[in-house]
Design a protein around this ligand. Structure first.
Ligand code: DON
Length: 304
């Protein structure tokens, strides 16, 4: 199989069809993005890299950052993190509050906004300069110092983030947030506002495909067992109430963001990132889902 040719053909096919869905506008700054951007970056564990379309254009990674925050917290605190956040799919939208009351402020999983808020709180407690240290962590894994927060996106989300503010304060009322909610929210909004390209994301997520991956400083990002577990949570919870559908259609662990990015991983083989800002009704990239479904079906490169 010629992977480059397959990627280019599927890209052309999808680009020629109607680009359905809607760009996320609830964060005003995200509404300014050109909805027709479309990029793909495939990266194998042997460093075979293929990019198509807008694969080197940076975009707001949003919830994709939750995987990186989780990996940082998991490495730092180990299994004690599971006392404060679960590993079960919620079957609810990413920003849901409903289960928190009956679950006593313990979010179902680290990829819902509520779970990511608790993970953010752990990092805020532990890091000397949370925003700076987290950015350096991401830069080190990616092997690039060209990764930044978009202050405009972080500010934009903070100006309208009533639901996240409610979530954080609600969890605090159960005692599962240690810090000042404003500090946790500031970290959370910044983490979501990191900007990266498909190429940078594929490089960064390669550690979940290649368990021996080492950063340029020679550090192993996570143990094999911890990487396995993060992949498992991506498989079951990475797409909120569309996680079953993604698993059914694409058959890979993955994570989406409302900026229109999706990263998917085939452990032992490759990592692929697709970006197209228009989202389906569940908040996941319309073309991203379509691209990955076609790619894993045609190439049979899915874990199932
Ligand atoms: O908290 C939010 O609403 C956004 N910063 C992130 C949401 C998100 O990316 C959901 N994923 N598809």
């Amino acid at each position: 199989m010629n992977c480059k040719e397959v990627l280019e053909r599927i890209y052309k096919e999808i680009a020629s069809k109607e680009n359905k869905g809607a760009i996320a506008t609830y964060i005003p700054e995200l509404a300014k993005v050109n909805p027709d951007n479309f990029g793909v970056c495939f990266l194998s564990v042997n460093n075979e890299e293929h990019g198509v379309g807008d694969w080197q254009t940076k975009f707001s990674i949003q919830s994709i950052s939750k995987v990186l925050a989780l990996s940082f917290a998991y490495k730092t605190f180990g299994d004690e993190i599971w006392e404060r956040v679960g590993v079960e799919p919620s079957g609810t939208p990413f920003n849901s509050l409903v289960q928190l009351e009956s679950d006593n402020g313990i979010p179902r999983n680290p990829f819902m906004n509520s779970g990511a808020m608790v993970i953010s709180d752990m990092l805020v407690s532990h890091l000397e300069n949370p925003k700076e240290d987290f950015l350096n962590y991401v830069r080190e894994i990616c092997g690039s110092d060209q990764i930044q927060y978009s202050e405009a996106v972080a500010k934009s989300e903070a100006s309208v983030g009533y639901r996240n503010k409610a979530l954080c304060n609600f969890i605090k009322s159960f005692g599962n947030i240690e810090n000042d909610p404003n500090e946790v929210l500031d970290f959370y909004f910044h983490k979501c506002a990191i900007e990266m390209s498909c190429q940078e994301l594929s490089k960064t997520f390669l550690f979940l495909a290649n368990h021996d991956f080492r950063t340029t400083k020679g550090k192993k990002v996570l143990s094999t067992s911890k990487s396995k577990r993060i992949n498992a949570i991506m498989q079951t919870c990475g797409f909120y109430d569309e996680s079953g559908e993604f698993s059914f259609k694409v058959g890979l662990p993955g994570k989406s963001g409302v900026g229109g990015g999706i990263v998917a991983v085939y452990p032992g083989k490759y990592c692929i990132t697709v970006w197209s800002p228009k989202l389906n009704e569940k908040g996941n990239s319309y073309r991203g889902m379509q691209f990955l479904e076609t790619f894993t079906t045609e190439t049979e490169l899915s874990i199932f």
